[in-house]
Write a protein that binds this ligand. Structure first.
Ligand code: DAH
Length: 363
């Protein structure tokens, strides 16, 4: 827009009328400038290097000194007037811009709130916490350990023979990294390795047998992994391991502890517990714990709830303890299974689908 910044056409000598007209012209042009860029272009027309005022001031040199003084003063008055108009217009434009921005970004405080919904504890976590609380209340410590395990911890230390099916690729996930013995690490298929980890950590004080410190009494809840997936199995699931080892801990203690746990967990005394012979490499004898509700929708049916047994002497030896002195029991229960029985859920996959219609029922 070359013509916009062309100097205002005016002779170098100026009458007072010309100067008034110049100021009026500036006022009109500045007012017409719709934005900052247009305004700065208009400014050049009057105050720029070849602008009208600048040209008038340049022309003063040719004048007689007396005339020059009064002319100079008059031009400077006009110049100051134009500068004041320019500043006023700049401010007006800036204010208008701010106003526009504020109204564009206005917040309507009368709109209803977005109604942030509250989060909740997942039913599996809820069950996990509940199990911890109950076992703590009957004197058990709670331990946590790695989900990626060595072959020795998951199998060998637990008296699991090399050719046992639990070792086969069919149900154990392996990691592409070898442990110090050159065997691939695994995603632990059960929480039982925590028996070994915890017992080995406490073997020293167990051997010392300081009074009141002769027992290991721990649960270890956590995630476990198997290549298995249907209505009652998920490749990732949760177990709680239990271990009570001392100098005189028997199956009677197992039955007492586990029954007390079930009574507290299901909030009823109206249930029966039975042991059914079974096999696990790390226990001898081994048993499945079954329970039966005497009332309610599941009443009268025996339900398998946990594996258990007396800790095998070879496993006690792998704890770093003397099987002649230390004896006790262990159990391993599925947390989802307990949650399903407590809440009456018939498909385990519901826990992992993340469907809020399902999850919200537990809040
Ligand atoms: N680890 C076994 C499993 O995953 C469960 C189990 C059975 C744990 C007997 C025990 C036990 O501690 O004594 O099937």
């Amino acid at each position: 827009m070359a013509d916009l910044i062309a100097p205002y056409p005016m002779a170098a000598d100026s009458s007072s009328q010309d100067l008034d007209a110049l100021v009026a012209e500036a006022r009109a042009r500045f007012a017409a400038a719709a934005d900052g860029t247009a305004l700065e272009n208009e400014k050049a027309r009057f105050l720029g290097k070849t602008g009208a005022i600048t040209e008038l001031l340049k022309g003063l040199g040719k004048l007689d000194p007396v005339v020059k003084k009064s002319e100079g003063a008059r031009i400077n008055v006009a110049k100051a007037a134009i500068e004041a108009l320019l500043t006023a217009r700049r401010e007006a434009l800036a204010n208008a811009q701010l106003e526009a921005k504020l109204s564009a970004e206005a917040i309507d405080v009368t709109l209803p709130g977005r109604g942030l919904s509250t989060g909740g504890i997942h039913p599996v976590m809820r069950t996990w916490r509940r199990i911890e609380e109950i076992f703590r209340s009957i004197g058990f410590d709670v331990a946590d350990g790695p989900e990626i395990e060595t072959d020795w911890m998951s199998f060998t230390a637990l008296n699991n023979p090399e050719n046992h099916p639990a070792r086969s690729m069919q149900d154990t996930f392996y990691v592409d990294i070898n442990d110090a013995e050159g065997r691939p690490l695994n995603l632990r298929p059960h929480t039982s390795p925590m028996q070994v980890r915890y017992a080995r950590m406490h073997a020293e004080r167990m051997r010392a047998g300081t009074s009141g410190m002769t027992d290991i009494k721990v649960i270890a809840p956590g995630r476990t992994y198997r290549i298995d997936s249907d209505a009652t199995h998920s490749p990732m699931f949760h177990q709680v391991e239990g271990l009570w080892l001392g100098e005189n801990i028997s199956f009677a203690d197992l039955k007492g502890v586990y029954t007390a746990f079930l009574n507290a967990f299901f909030e009823t005394d109206a249930l029966s517990v039975r042991f059914r012979p079974s096999y696990f490499p790390f226990t001898e004898p081994s048993a499945e714990i079954d329970m039966r509700f005497e009332t309610g929708p599941l009443a009268g049916r025996w339900l398998e709830i946990s594996g258990s047994g007396q800790v095998h002497p070879s496993v006690v030896a792998n704890f770093g303890l003397d099987p002649q002195r230390h004896i006790g029991f262990a159990f391993g229960s599925g947390i989802e299974r307990l949650a399903m029985l407590r809440y009456g859920i018939d498909d385990l996959r519901l826990f992992y689908e993340g469907d809020l219609r399902f999850l919200e029922q537990f809040q």
